[in-house]
Design a protein around this ligand. Structure first.
Ligand SMILES: [Zn+2]
Length: 121
């Protein structure tokens, strides 16, 4: 795998939800599916993901096939991570939640989620 996998601390805006994730910033993607276009943030697939606080503050949102699980802080409303329909064992995180990472400077791949038959990235 990539040499660029590193461990990052992440949090929602209010700080109730925190996590540790190992990931490669070079794998950031943007997607134009119905939910991602509204969130508008780059997302990064993780090698490992560990919630370190805030389990009680997390709300889960599911739609369509309800296979994907989208999580957000129920205090500040920030999307922190999700498990995609295509691979429920995988966790993708909000690049904007990562400590020391400016999501605006990330080179992002583009996922044309809007063209998928059942959109639920
Ligand atoms: Zn929060």
């Amino acid at each position: 795998m990539s040499d660029n996998i590193q461990s990052y601390q992440g949090s929602c805006h209010c700080g109730q939800v925190t996590f540790t994730a190992t990931l490669d910033l070079a794998t950031a993607v943007r997607c134009n599916c119905s939910i991602c276009r509204r969130k508008g943030t780059p997302m990064i697939a993780t090698e490992s993901f560990q919630l370190t606080s805030g389990e009680d503050s997390l709300s889960r949102y599911q739609f369509n096939t309800k296979a994907a699980k989208h999580y957000f802080c129920n205090n500040c409303g920030i999307y922190t991570h999700h498990n995609p329909r295509s691979n429920p064992a995988l966790t993708r995180v909000n690049a904007g939640c990562l400590e020391g990472v400016d999501p605006l400077t990330l080179e992002c791949g583009l996922v044309d989620g809007a063209s998928f038959t059942v959109v639920d990235l």
